[in-house]
Write a protein that binds this ligand. Structure first.
Ligand code: SF4
Length: 364
C-alpha cells in the first residue's frame, strides 16, 4: 500500500535551535544532577542520573540519586562497594539489571579508564548498561559532543513540530532524522536538555501549552489542529498474565525467611520472599503445596499481589505458615532470617515489598 503523505501546514517558518536555547536559558528545570549555568557538568553525576532515569520519572529518581551520590561520591567509591549494597540501595527503583550494570560499569571505568568516563558516544556505548540513547545523552550533556539525543519527550515534540502522523514505533527513524536536523553543533548538551524540558513541561502528552512554546510559530501539528493526537502509536499487543505463589514462613522469634535470587535474570541478585515459578496457569492448592520449600500447614492468605513488569503482568497468591524449630533448620543456610521490624530495610524489590505488606496485613 502506498504511504500516506504527511499533512503539511503552509507558511510555517522552520523551527530554529536558537529559539529553544534562548527559552532553555530562561526556563530550564533545576535538577540535582544538572550543572549550574557556566559550570562544567560532572560526568559521573550525568551518567548516574541518566541510568536512573531510564524508564523512570524524575520525581522517583531524585531521592535515589541523592542517596547514591552521598554514599558513593565518586565512580571509584561505587566500584569498590559490594554489589549487594548497591542492589539494596536500588530496591524500589525497578529494572534491576540497571543496578547490576551500574556497578559493573563503575568497575570498568575505574579499572580501565583511570576513573574517567570516556567522552565519545562509541566509547561510552562499549561500557556495560549504556545503550545508544544514554551514550548520546552523556556525550552531549557531560562533554558537549554533537550527539543526537532522542527519548520519548523528543519523539513527541518532533512528531508535533513536523506533523508526523505515521505511528510509532515505525516512525522512529523519521523522528530521529528530524531531531538530527535540528541539533546544533554548539551547545548540543543544553539543546538536548532543552527539548527534554520542553517535552516535560510545555509540550506535554495531554494539553500542550502551545501559547508559551518557543516553537509555536513553526509547529505544523498545532497549525493543523492535530498536535494533541501526536505521536500516534501502533496498537499494543495485550500483555500476558503470569501467576505465582509466595511462601511466607515465620519463625517463633518473629523472623521471616527471605532469600537472594540468582544473579542473572529478572530481579537478579535481589532479595525475595521464596516462591514458585511464574507461569501462565493458575496454581492449584495441591500444586502450590508441592512447589513449597517444605511440607507444612499452609494457609492461603486473603488477597492477591498484582505487579506489572515490562513484558508481563504478574499475580501472586501468598501462603503462610508458622515454622517449628525443626522446619526452620530444614530450610538450610541460604535463608536470610529477617525480623519483621526490619523488613523495610531488607532491600525488597517492589513486587516483593507488596507480598510482605499483604502477608503482614493478613497476619495482624
Ligand atoms: Fe508542542 Fe505546542 Fe510547541 Fe507544537 S507548539 S511543539 S504542540 S507545545
Amino acid at each position: 500500500m502506498a504511504k500516506k503523505p504527511a499533512p503539511s501546514a503552509p507558511n510555517s517558518p522552520l523551527p530554529k535551535s536558537g529559539d529553544l536555547l534562548a527559552w532553555y536559558d530562561r526556563h530550564r528545570r533545576r535538577l540535582p544532577w544538572r550543572a549550574l549555568p557556566g559550570r562544567h557538568p560532572d560526568p559521573y553525576a550525568v551518567w548516574l542520573s541518566e541510568i536512573m532515569l531510564q524508564q523512570t520519572t524524575v520525581t522517583a529518581v531524585k531521592p535515589y540519586y541523592e542517596t547514591f551520590l552521598a554514599r558513593w561520591p565518586t565512580v571509584e567509591d561505587l566500584a569498590n562497594a559490594p554489589v549487594a549494597d548497591v542492589m539494596t540501595a536500588w530496591a524500589g527503583l525497578g529494572y534491576y539489571a540497571r543496578a547490576r550494570n551500574l556497578h559493573k560499569c563503575a568497575g570498568v571505568v575505574a579499572a580501565d579508564h583511570s576513573a574517567q568516563f570516556p567522552d565519545t558516544e562509541d566509547a561510552l556505548r562499549a561500557l556495560p548498561g549504556i545503550g545508544p540513547y544514554t551514550a548520546a545523552a552523556i556525550a552531549a550533556i557531560a562533554f558537549g559532543r554533537h550527539a543526537v539525543v532522542v527519548d520519548g519527550n523528543v519523539e513527541r515534540v518532533m512528531a508535533r513540530l513536523f506533523a508526523v502522523t505515521d505511528p510509532l514505533p515505525g516512525s522512529k527513524h523519521r523522528l530521529r532524522e528530524l531531531a538530527a536536523g535540528l541539533t546544533p553543533k554548539a551547545r548540543a548538551g543544553d539543546y538536548a536538555q532543552g527539548v527534554m524540558d520542553l517535552g516535560a513541561t510545555v509540550c506535554t502528552p495531554k494539553s500542550p501549552a502551545c501559547v508559551i512554546c518557543p516553537w509555536v510559530e513553526s509547529c505544523q501539528g498545532r497549525k493543523l489542529g492535530i498536535a494533541e493526537t501526536l505521536p500516534r502509536k501502533a496498537k499494543k499487543v495485550e500483555t500476558p498474565l503470569r501467576h505465582g505463589v509466595a511462601f511466607w514462613m515465620l519463625r517463633a522469634d518473629g523472623c521471616v525467611a527471605l532469600q537472594r535470587r540468582p544473579p542473572k535474570g529478572l530481579l537478579g541478585g535481589m532479595t525475595e520472599v521464596p516462591g514458585s515459578a511464574w507461569r501462565s496457569k493458575i496454581w492449584s492448592a495441591s500444586e502450590a503445596a508441592a512447589a513449597a520449600p517444605l511440607k507444612a500447614k499452609w494457609r492461603a492468605l486473603p488477597g492477591l499481589v498484582t505487579h506489572t513488569f515490562t513484558h508481563f503482568r504478574l499475580e501472586v497468591a501468598v501462603r503462610a505458615t508458622d515454622l517449628t524449630p525443626a522446619q526452620a533448620r530444614k530450610l538450610g543456610e541460604g535463608v536470610i532470617w529477617t525480623p519483621l521490624t526490619h523488613i523495610g530495610r531488607a532491600g525488597l524489590p517492589s513486587v516483593m515489598a507488596k507480598v510482605a505488606a499483604l502477608a503482614m496485613r493478613a497476619i495482624e
